[in-house]
Structures are given as structure tokens and as C-alpha cells.
Design a protein around this ligand. Structure first.
Ligand SMILES: Cc1ncc(COP(=O)(O)O)c(C=O)c1O
Length: 399
């Protein structure tokens, strides 16, 4: 949805520029630029590759080195499939799942975003409660078919079990954004553990879509942090360091009894430019991970504490809910654990859009889904500026 007439002319560190207008960016390429726009690593890396070509249509040295480096960090997996985006990584994951067990249904969690792919653009219809068979597609041109897709409610173990019990024999895979950008809810661990146990007992593949969380969170991935073993993990965003890159991780054991050949094409998949910037960014992050985590957690805690205590004191129905550096405005003082419930307080996303427009007037840009991605390039001053602007709008009873 278009909500501004901005045309960006350049970007550097935590700022976007539209001509002479300077805008503080809390989207940072929808969470992808954890080190900031045109950061030193990105510029050096691009420069080094500039005269060496951008695509060879063959395995290349940057790709080989990147895989070696990834293997050390993600030891559970021995297949690292490159593509150009999170959506493409997910298409590959879907193909792997269906090859592995030949079943039809993909169970996905409501409120998850897995990219602009026809297979996944569904949600529960809004209403007073979640009704499993009331499902809507997020765009015209996409038909819902219960033969292929099943929705389960995030963080609702009881209803999820009821739905899964009915269909489990036909379910190939459960895909989940383990910490949803739509609802960054810290206590999702129980739900994830439940899914892990359920999948093991019913021989269903468990796939974590960590396109947003990959690299950004402590331990590089939610599955590592929560000690859960998904069969497939997909990454993108931060892994490209600013270039288009997607990754699908799985272990060969998953398809060991299968004689079918899985085929992945892609003109630019694993190209030397994206893999060079991705590898150099990953190497920099590995060397500085503690420092990066400490900085972004300090800043995001500051935002959360300041705004939430302000709203509590003033009895304002608003809060910042966050998982580490992924922070979201919630138009309620309650703790919300499911996007379905979030929408009760923000019908049709109207409050979010109002907030976004107001922030932009104050030269603050947030991501299209209204998340704040706190990043390594942000400073304490940036956070205080955001806090003060938020307090001002909240004090005016704007929502
Ligand atoms: C969790 C998740 N999965 C997949 C995607 C799709 O990634 P891309 O936009 O790179 O295709 C996104 C994008 O925001 C995402 O947040």
C-alpha cells in the first residue's frame, strides 16, 4: 500500500535521503541492513568484486567460501541452497518438503509472512475468534484450497493440536516464522517446542522461516537460541549484507530414502557479487557478534522501557513489544501473542498507518509492516529522538 510520495535519492548508515531531506531509517531495507546503508563492509566488498564480474553461471569461489563458513555455524545442515530472496528460498523449501514425504498439505501459522508467494498468502478472516475454516487470501488472484494449505493459530497450542489432529496424515510440513515480525512475542518457546514434538511424533517436516531473524538474533537463529531442531531453515535479508540472497538449509538425511531428483534453477542464484558481500558481512558479524548484540539490545531495551513505562504511567493503551531488535507498536497495553488478537486493537491496520504517516512527518521511516528494526548503525541519540516523537503523539491521544 502506498502511503507516501517519497522518492529516495540515496542512503548512508541509518539515514535515507530524498534530495536534501534527511530521514532516520528504522526499516533499513526491511531489516536486511543490520550494519547500515552503504556500510564499510558492503562498500569494500563490492569494490573488491567490481572488476571480477557479477555472474558466471557456474559454481564460484565466493559461493564455496561462504558455504564453508556457514557450515561451521549451522552444523546440523549439509545442504546450503542459494537463491535471490527469502521468497525463493521458501519456494525451494516447499519443493524439498514435498519431495521428502510426498504429502500435499502445508500447515502454516496465521500472521506469518513467507514472501509474496501464492502458496502462502493466506490468513484467518478477522472476527471475534479464530475459526479454522474461515480463511482469506491476502490478494486477489489467489485461490484458497484446503487440499494444499492449512492454517494454525500462533501460540495457541490447544486449537493448533485440534486442527493438526484432524489432518496430520496429509500434512507434509509445518512452516513457521518462529518469532513473527508481525508479533515479536518473547514467550513463543512453548509453542515452538510443542510443534517440534508434534512433528517428530507424526513424521511431519518442521521448517523454520528465519528470513527476518537469521543473523539478527542472539545465536544467529531462533532455532539455535531455543535449542529446537527444524528439518529445514530458510534465511535471506541480513545474509546478503545488502545484496539479494536467499538460503535454504536442510540435511541430506531428510531425502535419503528418496530417489527422486530435486531440481533448482536460477540465473543469478549464488552469483559471485551477492555471495561476496554476504560472506564478508557474515565474517564481520561473526567477529563482532557480541558487540553488535549488546549494542542493539541496549537500544531496543531503551525504546521498550521508556515508551512502556510512559504509557503505563499515563494509562495509554499502547506499548512496544519486541524480540531483541525487532520491535513493534501495539495499540493495547496487553501482551499480545497472536496477530489475530493484535488486529482487534488495530482494525485494518489503521492505527499503524496513522503512526507511520505521523513518524514520516517527523522524518522517521519505519518498515512497511510497521516494525522498527534496531540496528548496529543506530545511536542512543536516534532512539531518544524516536522516543520523544512517540511520546508527543501518544500524549495527544492520537489513537
Ligand atoms: C519471515 C519472512 N519470510 C520470507 C520473506 C520474503 O523475503 P523476500 O522479500 O526477500 O522475498 C520475508 C520478507 O519480509 C519474511 O519476513
Amino acid at each position: 500500500m502506498k502511503y507516501n510520495n517519497l522518492i529516495i535519492t540515496r542512503a548512508k548508515d541509518q539515514f535515507l535521503y530524498s534530495g536534501k531531506r534527511k530521514i532516520l531509517d528504522f526499516s533499513l531495507s526491511s531489516g536486511a541492513m543490520i550494519l547500515g546503508h552503504s556500510n564499510k563492509v558492503y562498500c569494500k566488498s563490492l569494490n573488491e568484486q567490481l572488476n571480477k564480474g557479477s555472474n558466471y553461471s557456474n559454481k564460484n569461489i565466493n559461493e564455496v567460501n561462504f558455504v564453508k563458513s556457514l557450515q561451521k555455524k549451522f552444523k546440523e545442515f549439509n545442504n546450503f541452497i542459494f537463491s535471490n530472496s527469502g521468497s525463493e528460498a521458501n519456494i525451494r523449501a516447499l519443493r524439498i518438503s514435498r519431495t521428502a514425504n510426498n504429502k500435499e498439505i502445508v500447515a502454516m501459522v496465521n500472521g506469518s509472512w513467507h514472501g509474496s508467494i501464492d502458496n502462502f498468502m493466506f490468513d484467518f478472516k478477522s472476527g471475534k475468534k479464530i475459526i479454522p475454516n474461515k480463511i482469506k487470501s491476502l490478494s486477489s488472484g489467489i485461490e484458497y484450497s484446503k487440499k494444499n494449505i492449512l492454517l494454525i493459530p500462533y501460540n495457541d497450542i490447544k486449537l493448533t493440536k485440534k486442527i493438526l489432529d484432524k489432518y496430520h496424515k496429509k500434512i507434509s510440513v509445518i512452516v513457521i516464522e518462529p518469532i513473527q515480525c508481525g508479533i515479536p512475542y518473547k514467550k513463543s518457546n512453548d509453542y515452538l517446542k510443542f510443534l517440534e514434538k508434534y512433528c517428530r511424533s507424526k513424521k511431519i517436516i518442521l521448517w523454520f522461516d528465519e528470513v527476518i531473524t537469521g543473523i539478527r538474533v542472539k545465536d544467529y537463529a531462533v532455532y539455535k537460541q531455543f535449542k529446537i531442531k527444524p528439518d529445514i531453515v530458510t534465511f535471506a535479508k541480513c545474509f546478503g549484507g545488502g545484496m539479494p540472497l536467499g538460503l535454504t538449509l536442510f540435511n541430506s538425511k531428510l531425502i535419503k530414502n528418496n530417489k527422486k531428483k530435486i531440481f533448482f534453477g536460477g540465473t543469478f542464484s549464488g552469483n559471485p557479487l551477492s555471495t561476496k558481500v554476504g560472506l564478508d558481512t557474515f565474517t564481520f558479524v561473526k567477529r563482532n557478534k557480541k558487540k553488535i548484540d549488546k549494542h542493539i539490545n541496549y537500544l531496543s531495551n531503551l525504546l521498550e522501557n521508556e515508551i512502556n513505562s510512559y504509557c503505563k504511567n499515563k494509562k495509554i493503551n499502547f506499548k512496544i513489544q519486541k524480540f531483541e531488535s525487532i520491535a513493534r507498536p501495539i495499540f493495547s497495553s496487553l501482551e499480545i501473542n497472536n496477530r489475530f488478537y493484535r488486529e482487534k486493537f488495530d482494525p485494518n491496520f489503521e492505527n499503524s498507518l496513522k503512526l507511520k504517516k505521523y513518524l514520516l512527518k517527523k522524518n522517521i521511516f519505519i518498515s512497511s509492516n510497521c516494525c522498527f528494526f534496531i540496528s548496529f548503525c543506530h545511536t542512543e541519540k536516534d532512539i531518544y529522538y524516536l522516543i520523544n516523537v512517540l511520546k508527543k503523539i501518544l500524549s495527544k491521544n492520537y489513537f
